[in-house]
Design a binder for this molecule. Structure first.
Ligand code: PLP
Length: 221
C-alpha cells in the first residue's frame, strides 16, 4: 500500500477516538515525508536531533516536529527554535536545559515525561515515583520556558498482547492519577503518547491520545 493510503487508513481508524497520528519518519528520505505531508499528515516524529534539524530546513514550515528519542542536553539548542513536542524527557537536568533554550527563543516548549512501563532493560524512562518527584519539585515549577503536557511510554517488545495491554493500562491509570493533581502551573495531563506500529490498536483502546507510527506507514526500516 502507498504511504498516502496507509495514512488514510490510519486516520480512519483514529477518527472519533480522540487520538492523533504522529508519523515516525526517522531514517526516511524527505521525499517520503513530503508524500505523507501531501496525504494530510503534518506531524512527524524523529529520534535524532541532527536528522530532524536537517529535515526541518528542507520541508514546508507548517509541520509539527516531535522529538521521540533520547535527547542529550548538549543537543537541545539545535531543535529549540522549532520543535513542537519533546516526548522523551526523563530528568530535571534536561527540563532545565530545554527551559533555557526555550526562553532564548522566546518560546514555551511542550514536553512529555517518558515513563518506564516495559519489562525490558533497554527502554529509557522514569519510574512513576521519579515522575511524581519531578512534578512536585519547586525547581520544575519555576521553569517558565517549558510546559509538561503529559506522559509517554513504550510497551515491551513482545507478541504477548495481554502484557502490552496491561502496560498501557497501568500508564493510563498513572496519567489519570496525576491529572487529579496537584500539578504545578506549568504542567497538565492532556497528552498520553503510547502505541507504535505493532501495538497502536491496543494503545488506542487503552486511552492513547497520540500514536507514533513508522513502519506501518513507510515499510520496514
Ligand atoms: C521508531 C519509534 C517509533 C515507531 O516505531 P514503528 O514500529 O516503526 O512504528 C515509535 N516510538 C519511538 C520512541 C520510536 O523510536
Amino acid at each position: 500500500m502507498s504511504v498516502a493510503l496507509q495514512i488514510d487508513s490510519l486516520q480512519q481508524k483514529l477518527s472519533g477516538t480522540g487520538c492523533r497520528l504522529v508519523a515516525v519518519t526517522k531514517t526516511r528520505p524527505v521525499e517520503m515525508l513530503l508524500e505523507a505531508w501531501h496525504a494530510g499528515c503534518k506531524a512527524f516524529g524523529e529520534n535524532r536531533v541532527q536528522e530532524m534539524a536537517e529535515k526541518y530546513g528542507e520541508l514546508p514550515k507548517n509541520i509539527e516536529w516531535h522529538l521521540i528519542g533520547h535527547l542529550q542536553t548538549n543537543k537541545v539548542k539545535y531543535i529549540a527554535p522549532f520543535v513542537s513536542l519533546i516526548h522523551s524527557v526523563e530528568s530535571l537536568k534536561l527540563l532545565q536545559e530545554i527551559d533555557k533554550h526555550a526562553l532564548k527563543n522566546n518560546r514555551i516548549i511542550s514536553c512529555l515525561l517518558q515513563i518506564y512501563i516495559a519489562q525490558e532493560e533497554t527502554k529509557f524512562g522514569l519510574s512513576t515515583e521519579e515522575a511524581e518527584a519531578l512534578l512536585a519539585s519547586p525547581e520544575v515549577a519555576g521553569l517558565a520556558g517549558i510546559r509538561i503536557a503529559g506522559l509517554m511510554g513504550m510497551a515491551t517488545f513482545t507478541g504477548n498482547r495481554e502484557q502490552i495491554r496491561a502496560e498501557f493500562r497501568s500508564l493510563k491509570q498513572f496519567f489519570e492519577k496525576l491529572k487529579k493533581g496537584p500539578l504545578p502551573a506549568n504542567a497538565e495531563m492532556r497528552e498520553l503518547s503510547m502505541g507504535m506500529s505493532g501495538d497502536f490498536d491496543i494503545a488506542v483502546e487503552e486511552g492513547s491520545t497520540m500514536i507514533r507510527v513508522g513502519s506501518s506507514i513507510f515499510g520496514s526500516r
